[in-house]
Write a protein that binds this ligand. Structure first.
Ligand code: ARG
Length: 466
């Protein structure tokens, strides 16, 4: 059954027949873009205020528009607003309700505006707020790392390359590595916000408008730093959304690497970390299991975030200027990236507050694996042996140790000297884990002097300074 034409649709005038139900179902976005209602209403209020200042609305009309929009917002807040699929999207649901509520004044609101610049506005306003949310969540995670770095300052663990024990490091150094990674993510989000913080409103359908509008006033009242420069670019641009989701992707990659380490470290093979019972789950069949499901799920969710980025990039590729309906497909990936990354950051911050390191076991792991071999090579360099030669000497000493079944510091002085005559008694200091760590005072190194400085700085940055 077809509906009578012109009854509901705000664009119904040109149409002789009603839209097919299947088409309404296929084209509607209200089931997900209703999320933008607050931004849509804020944008409409700013637009109406400007229209009134320009003499395109009377003061009474403005007051009635504002009252109507506030009432609609209240209903949506309360969950009593009836969204209609046949009204397609959030813009037309709100506008139609406004006209029904306040009459002719409502019908003047859309002057000098199109849904093309309206959706660009709503999405920018929404993502601008989400940048702040991400920054706040990233700071929670970074704070958790600073707390761990302070708590375990002085404790050692093996540092890995190729997941093979490489050189001993301070646990705090490892924690502060993540502080840096998430710090870059934070910077990316604030940078992304700065670039997107321009008002698209007034680009109208794509060519601008002949009505006497004041774009700068609207921009100012919505807290934008200015207005976008080109109306065609403005209506077809989703760079800001792609950039935002790419910041999400980078953040989630870091979360995933961290999760991978937590999964490894909580295995019996490593036993480096204990995640509190409240943050683990059990197995329905194996009574002994305590599984690190949270980091596993975060790691698994990487695919969704990367997928959202791919969806957006693919969506934009090959789109001619300016607005195309394809662009409606931008919202679900954006929302999914927001939901996934913010939930993962929040739970990760909590989880970091609920884990403890098995410091004895970690220290134990630095006792084997010839982990101070590089220190022996450096020792020889200081005694004027060329590094390549030193590398060979130590390699032979390690092979000897492996054959004999002992670590370098367990070899006798005479045994060590058989590999190089420059080796003296002071070598044993160099072969200790503590000696190794404390020697690494190069900028950014794991020596306790450097790590203390880095930790102080981190505390200052995050507002935890003493
Ligand atoms: N729901 C649309 C979107 O998300 C809003 C803009 C539609 N514009 C149009 N001329 N059909 O992109």
């Amino acid at each position: 059954m077809q509906k009578k034409h012109g009854s509901e649709k705000l664009w119904g005038g040109r149409f002789a027949e009603a839209t097919a139900g299947s088409v309404e179902a296929f084209t509607a976005s209200i089931h997900y873009d209703s999320r933008l209602y607050k931004y849509d209403i804020a944008g409409s209020k700013a637009h109406a205020a400007m229209l009134a200042a320009q003499g395109l609305l009377t003061a009474e009309e403005l007051a009635s528009i504002n009252g109507g929009l506030s009432a609609i917002e209240g209903e949506i807040d309360q969950g009593t607003f009836a969204f209609k699929r046949e009204l397609e999207d959030i813009h037309m649901n709100i506008e139609k309700a406004l006209v029904e509520r306040i009459g002719p004044a409502g019908a003047r609101l859309h002057s000098a505006r199109s849904r093309n610049d309206q959706i660009a506005l709503d999405l920018r306003l929404y993502l601008r707020d989400q940048c702040d949310v991400m920054v706040r969540l990233l700071d929670q995670v970074r704070r958790a790392f600073v707390v761990l770095a302070r708590r375990y300052l002085g404790n050692v663990m093996p540092g890995y390359t190729h997941l093979q024990r490489a050189q001993p490091v301070l646990i705090s150094h490892h924690m502060l590595a993540y502080f840096e990674m998430f710090g870059r993510d934070r910077e990316r989000f604030s940078d992304c916000k700065r670039r997107m913080n321009l008002s698209p409103l007034g680009a109208a359908a794509m060519a601008g408008t002949g009505l006497p509008i004041d774009r700068a006033q609207v921009a100012k009242s919505l807290g934008f730093a200015g207005v976008t420069a080109n109306s065609m670019d403005t209506c077809g641009d989703r760079d800001f959304a792609i950039e935002f989701v790419s910041c999400c992707t980078m953040t989630h990659l870091h979360l995933s690497r961290l999760s991978e380490e937590l999964v490894l470290w909580s295995s019996q093979e490593f036993s480096f970390v204990d995640i509190a019972d409240t943050f683990c789950t059990g197995s329905s069949i194996m009574p002994q299991k305590k599984n690190p499901d949270i980091p596993e799920l975060i790691r698994g969710k990487s695919g969704r975030v990367v997928g959202s980025l791919m969806a957006l990039i693919t969506l934009m590729k090959g789109l001619p200027l300016t607005y195309n309906r394809d662009l409606q497909e931008d919202k679900e990936p954006v929302f999914d990236a927001v939901d996934t990354v913010s939930a993962s950051l929040a739970i990760m911050a909590e989880l970091l507050g609920n884990l403890s390191f098995n410091t004895e076991r970690m220290q134990e792991a630095t006792r084997t694996g010839y982990i101070t071999a590089t220190d022996l090579a450096d020792y020889l360099v200081l005694k004027n042996v060329p590094f390549r030669e030193a590398h060979g000497i130590v390699g032979r000493a390690v092979a000897f140790g492996i054959a004999k079944g002992c670590e370098l510091e367990q070899l006798g002085l005479a045994e060590l000297q058989s590999f190089s005559p420059v080796i003296e008694k002071d070598v044993y200091q160099v072969l200790t884990v503590e000696g190794s760590i404390n020697s690494r005072v190069s900028a950014g190194g794991t020596g306790i002097l450097r790590v203390r400085e880095a930790l102080d700085l981190a505390e200052q940055q995050i507002g935890m300074g003493k």
